[in-house]
Design a protein around this ligand. Structure first.
Ligand code: HEM
Length: 151
């Protein structure tokens, strides 16, 4: 099931990157992907819903929840929604630590990172975010892996 989902995300990403530009004027089967990712995610209220579900998934996830035992969750919630809002082209300004500062010394592994991305993707899907838009956000956040993973 997960494998299928990942395969379809990859396919969606490949389609999204290859489907731009001119070409035939056949009846479009998908809407144009012009709007900023922020709009396509549903703007700030929808992002906050995703972050709430994401944090609930993380807290229930025995693979990684031990990292968050001493975390100020309301603060993290605010930081994550600002970060996702800004990263997707929205009007917010992320004011938290750099990803390197925030995660240094934690010993986060590649598997931990993958588990957290899995929890985020489930939250995006549960909130009706289209697969291509999930892929765009996960791609943007995936670029942070090198600053977060150290173990
Ligand atoms: C795309 C991946 C990730 C993103 C975008 C992300 C983002 C963030 C942000 C924005 C903060 C708040 C920084 C601040 O307070 O100024 C934070 C803190 C934190 N992150 Fe991550 N993170 C990611 C991956 C991970 C992973 C994989 C783990 C561990 C499994 C993790 C564990 C933590 C913990 C425990 C804190 C709170 C530290 C504290 O209590 O001060 N993060 N993260």
């Amino acid at each position: 099931m997960r494998r299928g989902m990942i395969a379809s995300l990859v396919a969606a990403l490949a389609l999204a990157s290859g489907a731009c530009g001119g070409g035939q004027t056949a009846t479009p089967t998908t809407p144009a992907r012009d709007p900023a990712l922020y709009d396509r995610l549903g703007r700030i209220d929808a992002i906050k819903e995703v972050v709430d579900d994401f944090l609930a998934n993380v807290q229930a996830d025995a693979r990684i929840n031990q990292y968050f035992i001493a975390t100020d969750v309301p603060h993290l919630r605010q930081m994550l929604s600002d970060q996702i809002c800004e990263a997707s082209g929205g009007p917010c300004k992320y004011t938290g630590k750099t990803m390197r500062e925030a995660h240094t010394g934690m010993g986060v592994t590649k598997d931990d990172f993958a588990a957290l991305v899995d929890d985020l993707q489930k939250a995006l899907a549960a909130n009706g975010v289209a697969e291509a838009d999930q892929a765009d956000l996960l791609k943007a956040l995936g670029a942070l892996e090198g600053d977060i993973v150290s173990g």
